[in-house]
Each structure stands twice: as structure tokens, then as C-alpha cells.
Design a protein around this ligand. Structure first.
Ligand SMILES: NC(=O)C1=CN([C@@H]2O[C@H](COP(=O)(O)OP(=O)(O)OC[C@H]3O[C@@H](n4cnc5c(N)ncnc54)[C@H](OP(=O)(O)O)[C@@H]3O)[C@@H](O)[C@H]2O)C=CC1
Ligand SMILES: O=C(CO)COP(=O)(O)O
Length: 347
């Protein structure tokens, strides 16, 4: 499939240089997306074998078996070399590791480089969203930071199946630059100034997908799934509004769109891990059986802390925390949620 190289209104725009920090499934896929959009892309990974495979064979068999990467994607184990001269640096490591990966690169970025968080988590111990972590760790103006979030399961995109995404930044110029760096015939970015809403949707949908996975692992059907997804969106919205997000974000691609993709797909790590828990595995067993980064496992605690600090009720998130981290037997999750006091639907 051929990609559109540049939007038609910018025929003379120079080719962008991009870097991706993280050579896992989403980092590698987003590198391919940017290459298909016309960028020259360097991926940083910490594993020498993976890096050599990407650079020499245009493959990443550990994370994207069977996928051929575009020739414009190369790779290095030297993070400073990867970001040198880059117009756009995208970050795709586990959220809890981002600060440690970024801080040593403070003086390696150009003064106009834009940094994109691809991560869907909330930092434990600070309860910061990842765009906040990125700006703090690199000591850059938040206007140079963007967030990409939407129904974006890596493997489907690596196969160039069509999807859309949301690019959120407080700066329209930053969001448009990132849109230009990733727009192609199979990947359509929409910009949105609501960084708080877009980012919260991405982090909390992982927790809701864990709850859906747990219910399916317990053998429950579509009524339960639809209930958890719908009430999950209600609690995501409640937290987002308390933090000043825009109500229009939640029914959009980063909200309902990503929630649907993650809760429905067997490729989702959060959904899969929830299924293992529902079928009776311990958390350690479920993490090992799932593989990859299931952000909801850690972020459920920071999301709950954030909600409690604002007096926001998040019963599904709370129940997931209790099952994963506080020893609540998994069979008590549904009764716990269903036995709560009466409420009107819109309350
Ligand atoms: N996969 C997806 O479909 C999507 C993922 N995301 C988000 O993107 C982020 C990254 O996820 P994803 O790429 O899927 O995760 P993966 O588990 O596929 O890859 C994680 C990457 O981070 C590296 N890594 C792990 N620990 C560290 C560390 N301590 N220091 C530096 N690097 C480390 C891994 O390296 P190594 O191989 O050496 O362990 C690997 O390259 C997450 O926040 C996720 O929620 C967002 C949208 C879609
Ligand atoms: O964020 C994702 C899809 O948009 C990927 O979900 P998982 O991290 O659960 O695989």
C-alpha cells in the first residue's frame, strides 16, 4: 500500500527527521507510520539484537513477528545519537520508565524539537500524566509536547490497516507538525487541544479493559461487557471533567474509540491480562503469561489516587485495584460493583 507523503497544501515542505525512543510494539509501529508518512526515522532500543534486526533486516521479530518495516526506519542503541537533529521525538517506553529514559537526554534535543508521548499510563508516586512527565523530565515548554492516543492497536497498524488517531497539544503548531509527521493513506490524525482529556482516556481505558477481561475470564457475556464499557466511559468522563478536560473528547476517538478497540481486541495486553486474572491466575502469573506492557496494572493505582484526591467516584477502577493489588477474590468483583447504593443513570 502506498502512503500519502505530505498533505497537498504543503508540497515543498522538507522531509522531517524523527526519532522513536522504545523499540517495542508501538514504538516500532509508530516508526513505520512516520516513515510511511515520509520521515527519516531512527528508533532507539536498549536491546542490541532487536536494534540490529531493525537496522539491518527491517524487522522486529520479538515484537512484530512477520512485519516488514519501511527502508526509511533505522535503529541504534545510542539514545543521544537517535534524537540528534530530530524534528520530532516520539516516546514509547513503559510509562513508569519514561522519566529515567528522558532525563539523561535533556541537553541532547534541539531547541525546537517536538516531543510526542505515545504512552498510556499515569506515573506512580507523582500521579502525573505522561505529557507532564515528558515536559518535566526534559525541562521543555509543554507547548513542545504532544500526545498521540486513539484506537491504535499496534499490530493492526503495522499491517497498514486503516485507523485514525488524536494528536493533542496545547500548541496547534506542535499538533500540526506531528500530524504531518504521521499522516498517511492508512493513518489519519485529528488534532485536539484537550491534552488532559485525550491523555486520561488513553490511561484509564486500560483499567476498564482489565475489568472487561476479568469479566470475560469469569465466563460472563456481552451484557456484562457492554455494562462495564459504558459505565467505564462514565467514570473516565467524570475524572476528566474534574481535571478540566473538554466533554467532547470522551465520545471521540481517544475516548469511546480506544475503549472499544482495547476492550474488544484479543491483541490488547490489558484485556488479555484481565482474562488471565478472571480465569484464576495470580497477578505475577498473568503478567508473565501476557508479555509486553499492560499499563493498567500499575496505572490503576495512580488513577485511583488521582480520583480520590479530587473526590471523584471511580467504582470500576477501585474494584480493579482491589482485585489486582489488595487481595479481593476475583469472584467478588461483580457483586462488589452491583451491590452499591441506588443511583440515577445520569448522576
Ligand atoms: N502496543 C500498542 O498497541 C500500543 C501501546 N501504547 C502505549 O505505548 C507504550 C509502550 O508500549 P509498547 O510499545 O506496546 O510496549 P512493549 O512492551 O511492546 O515495548 C516496551 C519497550 O520499552 C522498552 N523498555 C522496557 N523497560 C524499559 C526500561 N526500563 N528502560 C528503557 N526501555 C524499556 C522495551 O525494551 P526491551 O525489549 O529491551 O525490554 C521495549 O522496547 C505504553 O504506554 C502503551 O500503553 C499505545 C498505543 C498502542
Ligand atoms: O492502547 C492500545 C490500543 O489503542 C493498546 O492496548 P494494550 O496496551 O492493552 O495492548
Amino acid at each position: 500500500m502506498t502512503a500519502d507523503l505530505l498533505p497537498p497544501d504543503e508540497p515543498e515542505a522538507p522531509r522531517l527527521r524523527a526519532a522513536v525512543l522504545g523499540a517495542g510494539s508501538w514504538g516500532t509501529t509508530f516508526a513505520a507510520v512516520m516513515a510511511d508518512a515520509g520521515c527519516d526515522v531512527t528508533v532507539w532500543g536498549r536491546d542490541d539484537t532487536t536494534v540490529r534486526q531493525i537496522a539491518d533486516d527491517h524487522r522486529n521479530e520479538a515484537y512484530l513477528p512477520g512485519i516488514e518495516l519501511p527502508a526509511r526506519v533505522t535503529a541504534t542503541t545510542d539514545a543521544r545519537a537517535a534524537v540528534r537533529g530530530a524534528d520530532v521525538v516520539a516516546v514509547a517506553v513503559p510509562s513508569q520508565r519514561a522519566r529515567a529514559v528522558l532525563e539523561p537526554l535533556r541537553d541532547a534535543l534541539g531547541p525546537r524539537t517536538v516531543v510526542v508521548s505515545l504512552m498510556k499510563g499515569v506515573e506512580l508516586s507523582t500521579d502525573r500524566r505522561m505529557s507532564e512527565v515528558v515536559a518535566e523530565a526534559l525541562a521543555i515548554d509543554p507547548a513542545r509536547v504532544a500526545v498521540v492516543s486513539g484506537p491504535n492497536l499496534a499490530r493492526e497498524i503495522a499491517q497498514r490497516q486503516p485507523t485514525a488517531t488524536v494528536i493533542a497539544s496545547t500548541s496547534d503548531e506542535t499538533a500540526r507538525l506531528v500530524a504531518r509527521a504521521c499522516a498517511s493513506s492508512y493513518f489519519r490524525p485529528y488534532t485536539n487541544p484537550d491534552v488532559v482529556g485525550v491523555e486520561l482516556c488513553g490511561a484509564v481505558k486500560n483499567v476498564i479493559a482489565l475489568a472487561v477481561g476479568i469479566s470475560q475470564g469469569r465466563g460472563l457475556g456481552y451484557n456484562t461487557m457492554a455494562t462495564v464499557i459504558t459505565r467505564g466511559l462514565v467514570e473516565i468522563t467524570r475524572l476528566g471533567l474534574a481535571l478540566g478536560a473538554d466533554a467532547d473528547t470522551f465520545p471521540g476517538l481517544a475516548g469511546m474509540g480506544d475503549l472499544m478497540a482495547t476492550c474488544a481486541s484479543p491483541d490488547s495486553r490489558n484485556h488479555t491480562l484481565g482474562g488471565h486474572i478472571g480465569r484464576g491466575m495470580t497477578l505475577d502469573e498473568a503478567v508473565a503469561a501476557t508479555g509486553g506492557t499492560a499499563e493498567g496494572v500499575k496505572s490503576c493505582r495512580s488513577v485511583l489516587e488521582l480520583a480520590q484526591s479530587l473526590g471523584v467516584d471511580m467504582p470500576i477502577t477501585h474494584a480493579v485495584v482491589r482485585v489486582l493489588h489488595e487481595g479481593l477474590p476475583v469472584e467478588q468483583l461483580a457483586p462488589l460493583l452491583l451491590a452499591r447504593p441506588h443511583k440515577a443513570e445520569g448522576a
